[in-house]
Design a protein around this ligand. Structure first.
Ligand SMILES: Nc1ncnc2c1ncn2[C@@H]1O[C@H](COP(=O)(O)OP(=O)(O)O)[C@@H](O)[C@H]1O
Ligand SMILES: [Mg+2]
Length: 339
């Protein structure tokens, strides 16, 4: 183990999906770079929020971290073990230690299975006895705010919020340490969102969980996040402490995302950066800084050179020429995001 406090480390991760076949197969195939050279760490016990518009690569990032898909290049370490090089036994153990909660858990539930059987499924796959599964389901239901008798019901009998609770119970079944929450409340009403987020926060404290919390909505992650990573077209453009990001966003994209949601943040410098246009396709990443076509501050260099990631005084990392210039960071002090 290199650093005891780091649980997850992504190093220069790239995921390029090969061009789809079908009627477009004869067109000159260009792959989709969904994740394009991303490095970050997640500390044990923290919540790192991953935010950005739909299509920017958040889910792909989450799937890479648990090796549900293989990266084109780059590495993922979990607790000091390199996922891509782990032997079968290590990998099986890691798979148990990392769980995923996603937006619509019901789509993964077998409608003919009872809630008890759904929650117990990961345990059965891990070889737990029937008796242990039954006992664990009994423990889990009250932990997520459900009752004993719910174990015998079927998923269609539950509301969206309750189904997400079932999904959470299922993800906790095999005592994971790291949970990737991919838009877990995006399909729920605002009032229910808060309840599910509170539940996740309580469970985190109770079981020392580490979260990657993915959301396209900055309002949603505001309470749960310790740090925030802002993703744009396959890259992390800014990452840092939540308070710093919300009160003084540095990257024009982060500024625009924050300006778009009314957040009562004391002492927040008001930003008038507005986001115009749509996120370009990951098949056609703009030259230079990939955000330049939508950036109100774009300078000539932004059309030409991909900005390196710089570390600011408060420990934040930002990839923006304007920020580097205003901080007067010399080019030799810059570290390239992709090596
Ligand atoms: N299996 C796949 N095959 C081809 N392209 C994909 C696949 N999965 C995702 N993509 C593409 O990768 C990009 C990022 O997608 P995704 O990670 O789902 O973004 P997000 O979760 O931020 O909405 C999108 O352009 C999407 O169309
Ligand atoms: Mg997604």
């Amino acid at each position: 183990m290199s650093e005891p406090s780091t649980l997850v480390r992504a190093k220069n991760l790239v995921k390029e999906f090969s061009p789809r076949g079908g009627i477009f197969a004869r067109r000159k195939g260009r792959g989709v770079r969904a994740v394009d050279g991303v490095s970050f760490e997640i500390q044990r016990g923290e919540t790192l929020a991953l935010v950005g518009e739909s299509g920017c690569g958040k889910s792909t990032m989450g799937r890479l971290l648990m090796r549900l898909i293989e990266p084109t290049s780059g590495e993922v370490d979990f607790d000091g073990i390199e996922l891509l090089k782990a032997n079968d036994a290590d990998f099986r153990t890691i798979r148990r230690r990392i769980q995923l909660i996603f937006q619509d858990p019901a789509s993964a539930f077998n409608p003919r299975m009872t809630v008890g059987a759904i929650i117990a499924e990961p345990m059965r796959l891990a070889g737990f006895s029937r008796e242990r599964c039954r006992e664990r389901v009994k423990e889990l239901l009250p932990l997520v705010g459900l009752a004993d008798f719910h174990a015998d019901r079927y998923p269609h009998e539950f509301s969206g919020g309750q189904r997400q609770r079932i999904g959470i119970a299922r993800s906790l079944a095999v005592h994971p340490e790291f949970i990737i929450c991919d838009e877990p409340v995006s399909a729920l009403d605002v009032s229910i969102q808060a309840q599910v987020i509170n539940l996740l926060t309580d469970l985190q404290k109770q079981f020392d969980l580490t979260y990657l919390f993915i959301s396209h909505d900055l309002r949603v992650v505001r309470h749960i996040a310790d740090r925030v990573a802002v993703m744009y077209l396959g890259r992390i453009v800014e990452i840092g402490d939540k308070r710093a990001i919300y009160s003084r966003p540095l990257h024009p994209y982060t500024q625009a995302l924050i300006a778009a949601v009314p957040l009562p943040e004391p002492g927040r410098a008001t930003s008038h950066t507005r986001l115009t246009g749509e996120i370009p396709s990951a098949q056609n990443i703009p030259s230079g800084c990939r955000f330049h076509p939508r950036c109100p501050y774009a300078m000539p260099i932004c059309h030409e050179r991909d900005p390196a990631t710089v570390v600011t005084g408060d420990g934040r990392q930002v990839a923006c020429h304007l920020v580097s210039q205003s901080l007067d960071i010399q080019p030799q002090a810059l570290e390239p995001q992709r090596m």
